[in-house]
Design a protein around this ligand. Structure first.
Ligand code: DUC
Ligand code: ZN
Ligand code: ZN
Length: 469
């Protein structure tokens, strides 16, 4: 019998925050040896000339999420996670969304059915809390947290989701007492509604007005308010999809005051600008997401935040809607006002290569920062570490094996999601994940799936680790 089920040999492996040349011995899906000249495995993977990094953890993506307006996401768990693993992501954390009037457990059960036997990647769930009734607060959430759903997202905007200030405070209290992390979508709903009405009544309905209806000030105000609630309740929070300088200023200010505020940003805030919404060929709806992409000056500030530690998490916020689909971006017709276009863009497969290329290859980010932002810190914050997010003895054998020198051009035709476009079409990147390994099994090689759907496992999350720095 061979010493290992699998040995990954000859690569440069990311261990203890740096690349070292060593072999990896895997048994029963976990890393059991790191060293030179390991004995043979039943299976051998030759990683020479390549970098072996922890598999990516995409901690913010929407898959098969029912929408209250009737829109239908293009990706389910099969197609979304197929795309994720082909981009080097081995764990996804999508959302089980509670609709108003629904119990949290009904939402959790629904999402288990959607994911069961479908996923290529391992997966956990965040909850979306849209109806914090006394039963939800006193009974359902504490029980859900105890059973491994230790993070939930709340919204300060979107009619069907938003909580008022009192509800936010009460939800934060539950997170504090039961040991969860709350992710906050920070945009001021009334300001957006008011601006939208003004713009639409003046006849301004094309996609570029989406950004004008959701300017930085509405994000700044809500970010500040969320920080204030976190301070009052004395519980850490994470601000999701931070788009630019004004929200960053609030987050940095809060940290200087000693508050434990975490922050996430996404590819759309460093690779897109609001100019993309202004498309003379009428394709601006491709780029409608909230908060909207800002301008180049804001992109620079977000890059700076990625480099210097404002951000702990870099997620895709994959929210996939087809363009020419009456259930997708064209839900209300191709010429509908910006306010009627489903929000969200795809990005599960392109998240890692985009950041690797513009960050690591081009010298804007250290490799350690890249790995922390895309794998280790999300695993820690969301209670999956050290099973996920690290290459260490005892951790799951989840790897993205990179050719750091491969140069390629992103084309939707080559991606593995079920969405009919990518907002990153035509961008040339250097660095490509050639193989993805989950619990010791090669799940994709050069874009070819080697396992059946359903090989991904559900993960229960532990308490968040707030001690990242
Ligand atoms: N904004 C969100 O808050 N969620 C999904 C997509 C989007 O654009
Ligand atoms: Zn959001
Ligand atoms: Zn989202």
């Amino acid at each position: 019998m061979a010493a290992f089920d699998c040995v990954i040999r000859g690569g440069e492996v990311f261990v203890s925050q740096a690349l070292v040349r060593c072999d990896i011995g895997i048994r029963d899906g976990r890393i059991v040896a790191l060293g030179e000249h390991l004995d043979a495995g039943d299976e051998e993977i030759d990683a020479s000339g390549r970098w072996v990094l922890p598999g990516g953890v995409d901690a913010h993506c929407h898959l098969d999420q029912p929408m209250s307006d009737g829109a239908v996401m293009a990706d389910n768990f099969e197609t979304g996670t197929r795309s994720a693993v082909c981009g080097g992501t081995t764990t996804v954390i999508p959302f089980a969304c509670q609709f108003k009037g629904q119990s949290v457990w009904a939402a959790i059960e629904d999402y288990h059915q959607r994911a069961s036997q479908q996923s290529y990647a391992d997966y956990a769930f965040h909850l979306i809390v849209s109806d914090p009734t006394p039963t939800v607060l006193q009974d359902e959430l504490p029980r859900a947290i105890a059973e491994g759903y230790t993070s939930f997202k709340i919204y300060m905007t979107y009619e069907d989701m938003k909580l008022n200030d009192r509800q936010i405070l009460e939800t934060l209290m539950v997170a504090k007492s039961a040991g969860a992390i709350v992710m906050v979508h920070a945009e001021n709903a009334d300001c957006i509604d008011w601006l939208t009405e003004l713009l639409e009544s003046a006849g301004h309905t094309t996609p570029e007005y989406h950004a004008k209806a959701r300017p930085s000030a509405v994000e700044r105000e809500a970010t500040h308010r969320a920080i204030t609630f976190s301070e009052l309740v004395d519980v850490p929070i994470l601000i999701v999809h931070v788009s630019g300088a004004e929200a960053i200023e609030q987050i940095d200010w809060a940290r200087r005051r000693g508050l434990n505020i975490f922050a996430e940003t996404c590819p759309q805030y460093v690779f897109l600008t609001s100019d993309h919404l202004h498309d003379p060929e009428g394709c601006g709806h491709k780029f409608i997401c909230s908060p909207p992409p800002r301008d180049q000056a804001n992109q620079k500030v977000v890059w700076n935040g990625l480099r210097t530690g404002t951000f702990q998490v870099f997620s895709s916020d994959h929210a996939p809607f087809n363009l020419d689909d009456p259930k997708g971006k064209a839900l209300h017709g191709k010429n509908a006002s910006f306010s009627k276009i489903p929000n969200g863009i795809p990005g599960l497969e392109t998240r890692l290569p985009l950041l690797f290329s513009a960050g690591v290859t081009q010298g804007q980010l250290s490799l350690a920062r890249f790995v922390n932002l895309t794998s280790t810190y999300p695993a820690r914050l969301y209670g999956l570490f050290p099973q996920k997010g690290v290459i260490a003895i005892g951790a799951d054998a989840d790897f993205a094996i990179w050719d750091p020198h491969a140069t390629w051009t992103i084309a939707n035709a080559d991606l593995h999601h079920a969405v009919d476009y990518t907002p990153y079409e035509g961008i040339t990147v250097t660095g490509r994940v050639t193989e993805t390994v989950i619990r010791g099994r090669v799940v994709q090689r050069d874009g070819r799936l080697l396992v059946e759907k359903g090989s991904g496992q559900f993960l229960r999350c532990h308490a968040p680790d707030f001690d990242l720095m």
